[in-house]
Design a protein around this ligand. Structure first.
Ligand SMILES: Cc1cc2nc3c(=O)[nH]c(=O)nc-3n(C[C@H](O)[C@H](O)[C@H](O)COP(=O)(O)OP(=O)(O)OC[C@H]3O[C@@H](n4cnc5c(N)ncnc54)[C@H](O)[C@@H]3O)c2cc1C
Ligand SMILES: NC(=O)c1ccc[n+]([C@@H]2O[C@H](COP(=O)([O-])OP(=O)(O)OC[C@H]3O[C@@H](n4cnc5c(N)ncnc54)[C@H](O)[C@@H]3O)[C@@H](O)[C@H]2O)c1
Length: 468
């Protein structure tokens, strides 16, 4: 027998995105429930951002210390201590704290697998039915996508989950892919002592400026990772793993990580009950309202809508969607214009991302290629980051590069990229410049302190002025 529970808002998926949608709708006085089938907090807390950055930070800290003459650092990392610190950043894979937070802000939690069964109705584990007076927000995230290769399933490959939660350092690790997960996990496990081979079928970090992938590849090679251009044709496990490559050679490893992208977590979500296709990425407008379903009651935010697969962008979409749900519930108009209160404009115009390798790669907005593809009249201005006094002080022999992409018609930045040690914290200034559409002429008055790495801004502006 099923029982019906009526809420104002039903959120399916309590990852970082779902938590933030619920936070906003509950704060607006709407009775909100979160349905979560795993751990409240989702991938970011337990199998993605937090554990991966906890694995990467010790190697980066050691590399930065080694790059300053006179500082003495031991040979390697204490892997057991690094893994223990990682465990604590993953809250030991327990979600009590996040459940307590939901409770504290008055959001109900129903544990189980949620599935749409029609308009404004979600069934949990085939039993209890939750109905929504105003909105259902789908925030079920994405799953690792594995290629269809002979022997792969039987070879029990690592996905991002095993790569962030493994308790032993594999002596030999092969990593397949050239995206963010591949380069970060290659760097992390190399720093912990694994022999790592990275098998990429194209340039690394293909969505960033080309120099980002090149400098990150150099950094990985310098750390001892073997970076190979290769197409994997088959995988077999017989104790160890054998990875066959298109050139006829074979790589042998103890574990193989497939970091080959993501697929939507919608196969078992009941999309067919509202006329959508199971297993697809739901299409949304800028307020994260699903466009294929009439009535404006269904939202999809975070990884699930495929706009920008990043925790901070998912949370941004959650704030936007939560505000849109609240506005519609009050009968107010949606402010959906460019940079409007209910428009996730930054997803396409100003989303920042940091790749936490050594060197780091940090970018916001459009690359030169993406800007040109979008039909903008742009000029890229580059500068050597290592030539800046602050960078020379930061690390002996500092190697890095920076680029701004300037829209020639409006004379504003539409993109910026920094690659080098410690550049992550440079990025937010660029995000403010891009999102604020600050005229280049005004940026001259934003004077970077001497001698910081931020003086790269001055060098870039001089290069722009001098037409280099
Ligand atoms: C290795 C790795 C490292 C990353 N590092 C970073 C980083 O440094 N910075 C960054 O910004 N991004 C990073 N990302 C991306 C980031 O993890 C995702 O963008 C983010 O987790 C998406 O959040 P979400 O809430 O949309 O989805 P998820 O975190 O996947 O949450 C979805 C939730 O829904 C639940 N769920 C799914 N289906 C159902 C259902 N039918 N019923 C009930 N519950 C359900 C799941 O259990 C889960 O808790 C990384 C990703 C990976 C793989
Ligand atoms: N620091 C961060 O911000 C961070 C860290 C990790 C992940 N993430 C997010 O998580 C998402 C997933 O990351 P990802 O690295 O898995 O995906 P990705 O889309 O960034 O990269 C996938 C890579 O796999 C390759 N690939 C795909 N199919 C393949 C095949 N059959 N054989 C060989 N190579 C193949 C692609 O060419 C690409 O290089 C990204 O969108 C990223 O934004 C962010």
């Amino acid at each position: 027998m099923t029982t019906a529970d009526e809420y104002d808002v039903v959120v399916v998926g309590g990852g970082s995105t779902g938590e933030n949608v619920a936070d906003r709708t509950a704060a607006a006085g709407l009775r909100t429930v979160v349905v979560e089938g795993g751990l409240v907090g989702g991938e970011c807390s337990y199998y993605a951002c937090m554990p991966s950055k906890a694995l990467l930070r010790p190697g980066a800290a050691a590399a930065h210390a080694r790059a300053v003459a006179g500082v003495s650092v031991g040979a390697g990392l204490d892997a057991a201590a690094v893994l223990a610190r990682r465990d604590s950043f993953a809250d030991h894979w327990k979600d009590e704290d996040q459940v307590a937070w939901l409770d504290g802000v008055g959001i109900d939690l129903v544990r189980g697998h949620g599935r749409l069964i029609g308009e404004r109705a979600v069934q949990v584990d085939g039993g209890r039915v939750l109905t929504a007076r105003h909105a259902v927000a789908l925030c079920t995230g994405s799953l690792p996508a594995l290629p269809d290769l002979p022997g792969l399933a039987e070879a029990r490959p690592w996905t991002s989950r095993e790569a962030t939660s493994a308790r032993q350092v594999p002596p030999r690790l092969a990593v397949v892919g050239g995206g963010v997960v591949a380069v970060e996990m290659a760097a992390a496990w190399r720093s912990l002592g694994s022999e790592v081979v990275l098998l990429a079928r194209g340039p690394l970090l293909g969505r960033m400026e080309p120099f980002a992938g090149e400098l990150v590849a150099d950094g990985l090679s310098a750390a001892g990772v073997e970076v190979r251009q290769a197409e994997v044709t088959g995988v077999h496990r017989d104790g160890e793993v054998r990875i066959d490559l298109a050139d006829g050679s074979t790589v042998v490893a103890d574990e193989v990580l497939f970091a080959t992208g993501r697929r939507p977590n919608t196969a078992e979500l009941g999309l067919e009950s509202v006329g959508l296709t199971p297993g697809s990425w739901p299409e949304v407008d800028d307020s994260c309202t699903v466009t294929g379903v009439p009535g404006g009651w269904l939202y999809a935010a975070g990884d699930l809508n495929h706009r920008a697969l990043l925790t901070h962008q998912g949370k941004y979409q959650a704030r936007i969607a939560g505000a849109a749900i609240a506005a519609r519930a009050r009968g107010e108009r949606i402010d959906g214009g460019r940079w409007g209160a209910h428009s996730a404009t930054a997803d396409t115009a100003g989303a920042p991302q940091v790749v936490f390798t050594e060197p780091e790669a940090a970018s916001v907005g459009l690359s030169l290629a993406a800007a040109e593809e979008a039909g903008l009249r742009v000029r890229a201005v580059d500068h050597d980051l290592g030539a800046v006094a602050g960078a020379k002080l930061y690390a002996d022999g500092y190697t890095g590069r920076a680029r701004i992409v300037v829209d020639l018609d409006r004379e504003v930045l539409v993109g910026a990229t920094f690659v080098g040690p410690g550049v992550a914290e440079l990025l937010h200034a660029a995000t403010v410049a891009v999102v604020g559409e600050v005229p280049v002429a005004r940026l001259w008055h934003a004077v970077p302190a001497y001698p910081t790495v931020s003086e790269i801004w001055l060098r870039l502006l001089e290069a722009w002025r001098d037409g280099e």
